[in-house]
Write a new protein. Structure first.
Length: 384
């Protein structure tokens, strides 16, 4: 599953992407309140030409029954426009498997959205790259989990690294900006430095690191899950590299990065402000249901693609109403409902823990994040 392509402007002028709040009412008792969505990932199709080991959607070559039609897709964009102008990530499966993808992208561009595309890159011929450009798609994210050998093993198709690289070259020729998304797992945790160097070498605008969430086919990958300690080390490495690299770096679905950032800054005697840490000072770890949402190929709305708790279906309820009123969203916006270590944690408003990992571990999305090694004071024993 290709999930998130974010905005180049994010570190500079995030307000530009927020749009106006429309008429979304505030909900009493919510710490985060109801804010307009800033980024929406839309699984335009569940079909995919690859069979990656960690796929969130367990995608296959076939589309799911009842995927949104072109007319329904356009209506969805009209409905979303009622909430503002979030960044729209056309995702999948593999969005290029959908024959009307450029018609949808152009429709969104004309409505004023920043349209982006999350793809495995293997289908981007010169002609497709030009169509991407002409539809007004402003950034394409391509998944690369390592150099050729690592990537092909993880993506389960020999030669797909070479195909993705060809896609990148075609995007460059067409003048389309691209970023690299790397899924972090035990499989490649020792290769992150190398894949980051490679990302720079090929001229990407950004490098986003996705931390594996065990769901879909990824649920079978327990041997590839990293431990809380490896997770901590990887995030500390990211904090270090963030300061040195000129590429936009973003850890995704690694909410406790924002706890580590504050702990490290404190050790260094630096106050975390937009001036010292850019957008990192203003955003939080898990944005699911707060400013990020996911729409499935059949119109189900979820906090994110890894948390299969339905907030409603856009075929039955306008997106704006779902966004404002769904129980799961309002739960996630209310920090007083967070449980376990996350509930007692002083960093919960900047981190929040991964609600999807909590859900897959315990069945309750408000429970504590299982992969965080931080112990809040209330949970420490006398000897800690
Ligand atoms: S719940 Fe987890 S996977 Fe979903 S957006 Fe939050 S951090 Fe990412
Ligand atoms: S305990 Fe929960 S809220 Fe606190 S840093 Fe860890 S994951 Fe984040």
């Amino acid at each position: 599953m290709e999930q998130k392509t974010e905005n180049k402007q994010e570190n500079k002028t995030p307000e530009k992407n927020v749009g106006h709040p429309g008429h979304i009412p505030q909900t009493a008792g919510n710490d985060a309140g109801v804010r307009p969505p800033r980024i929406l990932a839309w699984e335009t199709t569940a079909a995919c030409n690859l069979a990656c080991k960690h796929c969130r959607g367990s995608s296959t070559i076939h589309s799911a029954k009842g995927e949104l039609t072109t007319a329904e897709a356009k209506k969805l964009l009209d409905d979303i426009r009622e909430t503002g102008t979030p960044i729209i990530i056309l995702s999948g499966g593999e969005p290029l498997m959908r024959s009307d993808i450029f018609e949808i992208a152009r429709y969104g561009t004309d409505l004023g959205f920043r349209m982006t595309l999350a793809t495995n890159g293997t289908m981007i011929t010169e002609e497709i790259a030009q169509k991407i450009h002409d539809a007004g798609i402003q950034r394409v994210s391509i998944s690369l989990d390592g150099r050729e050998r690592t990537h092909d093993i993880f993506r389960c198709i020999p030669g797909c690294f070479v195909d993705s690289m060809r896609g990148i070259e075609n995007l460059k020729k067409a003048g389309v900006e691209f970023q690299i998304n790397t899924t972090v797992s035990r499989f490649n945790v020792d290769e992150l430095e190398d894949v980051h160097a490679f990302t720079k070498e090929i001229g990407a605008a950004a490098h986003h690191f996705f931390f594996l969430v065990p769901t879909g086919r990824g649920a079978e990958l327990t041997e590839f899950e990293i431990t809380p300690e490896e997770y901590e080390t990887a995030l500390e490495w990211l904090y270090g590299i963030h300061k040195k690299t000129d590429l936009q770096i973003r850890p995704t679905c690694a909410p406790h990065y924002f706890r580590i950032l504050r702990q490290k800054a404190k050790e260094e005697g630096i106050e975390v402000t937009p001036k010292t840490h850019g957008l990192d000072a203003m955003t939080k770890g898990c944005l699911g249901g707060i400013s990020f949402g996911f729409i499935s190929s059949v119109g189900e709305v979820n906090p994110c693609g890894y948390l299969p708790v339905s907030a409603g279906n856009v075929r039955e309820t306008p997106f704006k109403e779902i966004w404002a009123n769904a129980k799961v969203f309002n739960d996630l916006r209310d920090y007083s409902k967070y449980l376990g270590k996350c509930g007692a944690c002083g960093y919960k408003t900047v981190c929040g823990g991964c609600r999807a990992r909590a859900y897959h571990e315990t069945g309750n999305y408000m429970e504590e994040e299982p992969l965080c090694s931080y112990v809040p004071p209330k949970f420490r024993t006398k000897n800690e």
